[in-house]
Design a protein around this ligand. Structure first.
Ligand code: NAD
Length: 441
């Protein structure tokens, strides 16, 4: 099948490459010229395990193409996937300007009957809006159908997820269009769940909101554990053994970030509000997450009331491991607070430093060595649980001026830290102290 994918971000590029890998001929379209030039050479603009290899393979197979030209990209396409961003408006609602523009691009350029598939996360009713825009602006006498096919990939394992997803949701009010998309996806071997347009759109928001709720829930339990002296890791394990609860997304930490949960939770509150429904539970989830992001700074301030001119090492900048995505990463707020307090911030991340430079406070210093970030620092803050950070030799913390480690991701065993005489504060677990006093040096 000849397919076009519009937007080559995390979702569009992974979709295009995966569809090419299962045998389709795919043209990916993006408005960013420099990105397209890179991709044509087989260079992935994002870090995603396995992506660059599959890109190169399918470019040389002659199944994967890149262009900035919608007319060229749509010329042969029987199916067009929309995978552009749906960022957050100031009030939390989803901004549909990129979606509307693509609908116009489609209307003005298609020359044959086309199924338009929305991969982007869009509020309930948006596929209908896309249909109406295309119908209104169509230049040629062709038929269009719309299908909602929300994306569930996880950054950091997006390629794996394409071939091993839990389900592919296909929503349409037209059975024939739905069948076309089911056929396209068959080689993935992932279970397909078919429903109507609106329900498919809602499945995506409801799924993300539920996962965010699980995270905020376990974070609240972890805060209570800390006050009571219980251990959240044991509590989560014991809870997760109940199959009704499940063990995933029960990891206490410093809150969720990334390009989806923060915006999608707020958008769903708006979507509900638009039909006069007050989604109180989800509002709580969002507020808990906001508070949780301040946790590490509060823990640091408890132990070190002044951070002025102190070297603070920040380990991990991306919003989660195995990605270079910095959108809504906890590091943005935390490093800002450190700089405001007058600290000298030295940051390390194995992959995300280049992206971080464009986003974080310019006063931050970066290093490509974990050891160098830690050496002579007066506190270490751990924000992302990269394997490289989790597997570090604990002795390296004894190269600090004073070994104070504040870990937002529970990377280390408390007893191991005690044994090495490292003062260690994590999330929802008892602390390990070396000297029980406020640090004033
Ligand atoms: N990132 C994720 O993990 C993830 C997972 C599931 C769903 N989603 C959803 O998928 C959508 C895309 O997310 P993303 O993270 O890939 O976005 P992104 O911002 O990384 O990429 C969007 C791309 O679209 C391009 N674009 C914008 N307008 C265009 C146009 N008119 N024609 C061609 N290209 C255009 C941009 O240049 C950009 O490269 C969003 O709705 C998001 O909520 C994202």
């Amino acid at each position: 099948m000849n397919i076009a994918v519009v937007g080559t971000g995390y979702v569009g590029l992974v979709t295009g490459v995966s569809l090419a890998e299962i045998g389709h001929t795919v043209t990916c379209i993006d408005i960013e010229q420099s990105k397209v030039e890179k991709m044509r050479k087989g260079i992935s603009p994002i870090y995603e395990p396995g992506l660059a290899e599959l890109m190169k393979k399918n470019i040389s197979n002659g199944r994967l193409f890149f262009t900035t030209n919608h007319e060229e990209g749509f010329r042969e396409a029987k199916v067009i996937y929309i995978a552009v961003g749906t960022p957050e408006n100031a009030d939390g609602s989803a901004n549909l300007k990129f979606i509307d523009q693509v609908a116009k691009d489609i209307a003005q350029n298609i020359v044959q009957d086309t199924v338009v598939v929305t991969k982007s996360t869009v509020p309930v009713g948006t596929n209908k809006r896309i249909y109406q825009i295309i119908k209104r602006e169509l230049l040629n006498d062709v038929r269009i159908d719309t299908v909602s096919n929300p994306e569930f990939l996880k950054e950091g394992s997006a390629i794996y997820d394409s071939f091993n997803g839990d389900r592919i949701v296909i929503g349409s009010d037209n059975d024939d269009a739905s069948l076309v998309i089911e056929e396209i996806n068959k080689p993935f071997g992932v279970p397909v769940y078919k429903t109507d347009l609106k329900s498919a759109e809602m499945i995506k928001y409801a799924s993300n909101a539920f996962l965010a709720t699980k995270i905020s829930f376990i974070n609240e339990i972890s805060n209570i554990c800390e006050l009571l002296g219980a251990n959240i890791e044991d509590v989560a394990k014991g809870m997760g053994m109940d199959q009704r609860i499940g063990s995933q997304f029960l990891k206490a930490g410093i809150g969720y970030g990334g390009s989806c949960f923060p915006k999608d939770t707020k958008a769903l509150i708006q979507i509900a509000g638009n039909v006069n429904y007050d989604f109180e539970l989800l509002k709580g989830v969002v507020n808990v997450n906001r508070k949780q992001q301040a946790l590490l700074i509060n823990k640091l301030m408890d132990r070190m009331p002044s951070i002025e001119n102190k070297k603070i090492a920040v380990l991990g900048l991306a919003f989660k491991p195995n990605t270079d995505d910095m959108r809504e990463a906890a590091s943005i707020i935390i490093t800002d607070e450190l700089i405001k307090g007058g600290a000298t911030v030295v940051a390390y991340d194995p992959i995300a430093i280049e992206n971080a430079k464009g986003i974080l406070n310019p006063e931050i210093q970066y290093t490509l060595s974990l050891e160098e970030a830690i050496r002579d620092s007066e506190a270490v803050l751990i924000l992302t649980e990269w394997d490289e950070i989790k597997n570090i030799s604990l002795d390296v913390f004894n190269t600090m001026k004073y070994p104070l480690v504040i870990d937002g991701r529970n990377c280390f065993d408390i007893d191991d830290m005690k044994e090495k005489l490292i003062e260690y504060h994590s999330v929802g677990r008892p602390s390990a102290f070396r000297e029980n006093k406020i640090l004033t040096m």
